[in-house]
Design a protein around this ligand. Structure first.
Ligand code: COA
Length: 174
């Protein structure tokens, strides 16, 4: 197993057309269907980084800014932003395109956390991630605070132990 991998090695892009069975009575894509597609694409990205079976540990803050419509094309782009011990944060961005009309807009973004597991479902160490571009570095830097925030929200760590969040609050106060 490699000890370090580049963010670009985990890039995944997928395109889907919104079909009648994916929509509500207003012919808009159902939110749960989009979450399913996002989960699959993000999981493939985490697998590419870890070369392991991965499980979804959490999904952060998905807001639907626009609703993809029947016949639209949705494009999902994902990559790992940072790897910790067994867990990886994946950033995913979704675009909706109406190809006949020539329009393309960002529909939503989200952060997924996946944990690499062995054949018995136990967490297993993953390679570190090396960011290269400006955006990859920005996402990498922010990942520690987001990790602590979600672990506090999940009741897995205490706020007093979330040291990077303390620094964040100090920065705001100064
Ligand atoms: C995620 C899971 C593997 C964690 O197992 P665990 O025995 O609690 O393991 P640990 O406490 O050692 O945590 C392992 C990693 O998961 C991370 N993790 C656990 N819960 C998390 C959460 N809610 N959000 C983000 N990360 C989480 C930990 O921070 C740790 O990361 P690290 O190894 O990089 O430091 C386990 O809870 C699980 O299998 N959950 C079900 C996953 C699943 O089925 N998802 C699909 C649902 S339909």
């Amino acid at each position: 197993m490699k000890h370090e991998k580049f963010a670009k090695e985990s890039f995944v892009t997928s395109a889907e057309m919104v079909l009648p069975n994916d929509t509500n009575p207003l012919h808009n894509l159902m939110g749960g269907r989009l979450l399913h597609l996002m989960d699959v694409v993000a999981a493939i990205s985490a697998q590419k980084h870890s070369n392991r079976v991965v499980v979804t540990a959490s999904v952060d803050n998905v807001s639907f800014k626009h609703s993809p419509k029947l016949g639209d094309t949705i494009t999902l782009e994902a990559h790992v932003t940072r790897a910790f011990n067994s867990s990886m944060e994946v950033f995913i961005r979704v675009y909706t395109e109406n190809i006949p009309n020539g329009t393309k807009i960002e529909t939503n973004t989200a952060f997924f956390t996946f944990v690499a597991v062995d054949q018995t479902g136990r967490p297993i160490i993953v390679p570190k991630l090396i960011p290269e571009s400006e955006e990859e570095n920005k996402l990498f830097e922010g990942a520690l605070q987001r990790r602590e925030f979600r672990l506090v929200m999940a009741g897995r760590i205490k706020l007093k132990d979330a040291t990077s969040l303390h620094e964040f609050v100090e920065d705001i106060n100064n």
